[in-house]
Unconditional design. Structure first.
Length: 90
């Protein structure tokens, strides 16, 4: 839910008008505030993004572990082949 959905424009307009601003000024400030808040993330937006990133990190970590295991296996096989082809002297 975007942050501008929680911005009460009528209440803000009333507060600004009661604070001494004329209606045109109060309206301009309220409209400007709505524009600014349109791109602001809410706490829920951030929590969803954190959950998605956490899932991607977990997935990447598992893939990295699998790749490293495969690399270690390939290295062990390569060392075994090298040792058979070129046995140590003695």
């Amino acid at each position: 839910m975007p942050a501008d959905a929680t911005f009460d424009t009528k209440q803000e307009f009333k507060r600004l008008a009661e604070g001494g601003l004329d209606h045109n000024q109060a309206d301009a400030i309220v409209e400007h505030s709505k524009e600014i808040l349109r791109g602001v993330a809410t706490r829920e937006d951030l929590q969803r993004a954190e959950e998605r990133l956490s899932a991607r990190i977990d997935s990447s970590a598992k893939a990295t572990i699998i790749r490293l295991g495969g690399l270690m296996f390939a290295l062990a096989v390569a060392l075994g082949v090298i040792e058979r082809l070129f046995p140590p002297p003695g």
